[in-house]
Design a protein around this ligand. Structure first.
Ligand SMILES: [Zn+2]
Length: 293
């Protein structure tokens, strides 16, 4: 659902309850009517929540004794599968709820020791959470960071681009691509650690929209990313692999280049591939490839 509240806004409990149609008390509030789970981190309360980098370590619910993965702790633990939208608030002063935005699990929940409301040591569940950025927010972030870096006299352009790409673009772009497929588009490599979210039209000359457009991406293994990025391979309008004429047979075999490979493309991807073929591909002769407009 669309929530009529923006990150950074401070509201009171009554407003919170009426937006999410949830209960007026508790740190974790499930609403079936809006299919949401509101998570409140109360800095004035019992729980020892903490932030590390961009991950928020949120303590589960249960004020007395060991916490268990039941009730809303269960809803939160299963949030990767149950399609419940999670919204995150922080309370820095009593009765003031600062909206941080939508969140998702950033890792596996784990246990640690914390003191309960009676002062006794017990086990609690900690849930690592990460903010989910909408594309518009991301574009804003890219622009802010680019602005900051441009003010820097020391870094060169390549270095600036690398920073923006790794800080913002690459990880989220890769997540988007991984949600569609979890293997190299050209071979079978399916270990996420070795897959690269490659931009078809390079990041440096893309608009911010194109930088985040999943159609402008291919998930590739390191070898195929390198060949594609440098323009030694490309695709024709049917998605058939095109191979540069300066790659010898040994390279083709050992880099696992199979000319029979076909890339399935939708119309928007086709536009980016068209661009790549005409602007990046180093050879347009060998297989007599055609790209008609
Ligand atoms: Zn590959």
């Amino acid at each position: 659902m669309d929530i009529a509240i923006k990150p950074g806004e401070i509201i009171n409990n009554e407003q919170l309850t009426s937006i999410f149609l949830c209960a007026p008390q508790g740190g974790m509030r499930r609403s079936h009517r809006t299919n949401t789970l509101v998570l409140i981190s109360d800095k004035t309360g019992l729980y020892k929540d903490r932030v590390e980098g961009d991950v928020f370590h949120y303590t589960g619910m249960g004020q007395v004794g060991d916490q268990t993965l039941t009730s809303q702790n269960k809803t939160l633990a299963e949030s990767n599968h149950n399609a419940v939208d999670m919204h995150f608030f922080e309370v820095l002063k009593p009765k003031q709820y600062t909206y941080q935005g939508r969140v998702e699990l950033a890792g596996k929940p784990y246990t640690e020791k914390q003191i309960d409301i009676n002062g006794k040591m017990r086990n609690v569940w900690i849930f690592p959470l990460r903010l989910i950025h909408g594309d518009m927010e991301l574009i804003q972030e890219i622009e802010n960071l680019t602005g900051e870096l441009n003010a820097d006299q020391i870094l060169d352009e390549t270095e600036k681009e690398r920073i923006v790409k790794t800080r913002i673009g690459q990880s989220l772009f890769k997540q988007k691509l991984l949600s569609q497929s979890k293997q190299c588009a050209l071979c079978g490599v399916n270990d996420e650690r070795f897959l690269i979210a490659s931009h078809i039209k390079p990041w440096s000359i893309s608009t911010n929209e194109e930088r985040l457009d999943v159609n402008n991406g291919l998930l590739l293994c390191p070898n195929h990313d390198s060949l594609f990025d440098k323009g030694y391979i490309s695709f024709d309008e049917k998605g058939s692999l095109q191979v540069g004429d300066d790659l010898n047979d040994t390279v083709l075999i050992f880099m696992n280049i199979n000319p029979n490979i076909r890339l399935k493309m939708n119309e928007r991807q086709k536009g980016y591939i068209y661009w790549h073929y005409h602007n990046r591909f180093k050879s347009k002769k060998i297989l007599g490839a055609i790209w008609c407009k």
